[in-house]
Design a protein around this ligand. Structure first.
Ligand code: ZN
Length: 359
């Protein structure tokens, strides 16, 4: 068997990221500095390295609810225009440094208004930050506007996603604790987006099972599934290794509905016991439209390259597999078809070809 790609080599590959939270990817030094500048005094420590460790440990608790608690601090320091511009610019820089050539980064505008910013000011600050951070780098960043599933502002956020769609907002998302807050609560927002020919993804099938995935697709009309890992509950593997798909799993595979999988994040929230046992192995083998993502780079201490390296180690994935995940992601991006094709043929395939040639 040929040698598996190393983390260093994977960093040089042109990668695509569809599921990354802006408030989950801050640099610890930036959190400390922004806390000082904005008078936020609730950080558990003001030492950046200790803070990095604290985030990892708090996120390793095994419950989605506690994992979500760590966001009080990151969101707490992202309440001014300057802070949002800086965090977005650094996000683009960090992703570019990891070799990401196209990213869709999401955040919930309504969580950044407690110091008086309007939703529009929040959105414009983040767009400005991504413009600054992308300049002169081989990366393109779009944003997804997220509505919180336990709140009642999804229609307003969906309208903003449509209003800003030609200037950097690629789509809409819904996030937050799944249990008790089915996506159908926000049906009016999804129906509005469909009438507007707009794109959206829904966090579904992470902590919660098949009904959540079924609602996201068949009631709400989601283009993609955030995580979607529980689709595995509708796949039965018989003794001789043959897989039988239930009707929902078959639908998801037949319609090529993209799964925005985030392996490390799933271990932290308890949605999977280990990388080696993560359903991504089986779903990839069955040729679901699987994509590999980070979710929250700070909380999970990860990057797209690290996720790839972990999967490569656990499943023996070589360059062809990593390219397959990458092209899956690019095909699934909320970007016009011709632009997706240009990135696939002009950047991704030549980039992987160079690495394969060197290997
Ligand atoms: Zn997420």
């Amino acid at each position: 068997m040929s040698q598996l790609p190393t983390l260093e080599e994977i960093r040089r590959a042109p990668k695509v990221l569809l599921h990354d939270h802006l408030d989950g990817g801050l640099r610890p030094e930036t959190i400390v500095e922004l806390a000082r500048e904005t008078g936020y005094d609730r950080l558990p420590t003001t030492d950046p390295e200790e803070l990095r460790t604290w985030f990892r440990e708090a996120s390793d608790s095994g419950s989605l609810e506690r994992y979500l608690e760590t966001f009080d601090h990151t969101v707490g320091v992202m309440q001014t225009r300057e802070a949002l511009v800086r965090v977005a610019a650094e996000c683009a820089e960090d992703l570019a440094a990891d070799g990401v050539v196209y990213a869709e980064v999401r955040y919930a505008p309504e969580q950044h208004t407690s110091a008086g910013l309007s939703l529009e000011e929040v959105i414009e600050a983040v767009l400005e930050g991504f413009r600054i951070g992308s300049e002169g780098r081989d990366i393109r960043v779009g944003t997804l506007l997220t509505a919180m599933r336990h709140q009642a502002r999804s229609m307003e956020i969906a309208e903003l996603a449509v209003r800003y769609r030609d200037v950097g907002v690629a789509g809409f998302d819904i996030a937050g604790a799944e249990a008790g807050y089915p996506p159908t609560r926000h049906l009016d927002a999804f129906e509005y987006l469909q009438r507007e020919n707009a794109h959206f993804t829904i966090h579904a099938g992470e902590a919660f099972g098949l009904p959540s995935i079924w609602q996201a697709i068949q009631w709400c009309g989601a283009d993609r599934l955030g995580h979607g890992v529980r689709i595995i509950d509708d796949v039965t593997v018989t003794g001789d290794g043959e897989a039988k798909l239930g009707r929902l799993a078959a639908y998801v595979r037949d319609k090529r509905i993209p799964l925005e999988m985030c392996p490390t994040s799933n271990l932290q929230t308890g949605a999977a016991p280990s990388i080696a046992e993560h359903p991504i192995g089986l779903l990839r083998r069955l040729n679901f439209r699987v994509t590999v993502n980070t979710d929250n780079r700070l909380m999970s201490g990860t990057s797209v390259s690290r996720e790839f390296a972990k999967l490569s180690e656990a499943f023996g994935y070589g360059w062809d597999d990593l390219q397959w995940f990458t092209i899956n992601a690019m095909k699934s991006a909320f970007l016009p078809f011709d632009e997706r094709l240009a990135l696939i043929n002009g950047v991704i395939k030549p980039g992987f070809a160079r690495l394969k040639w060197q290997a």
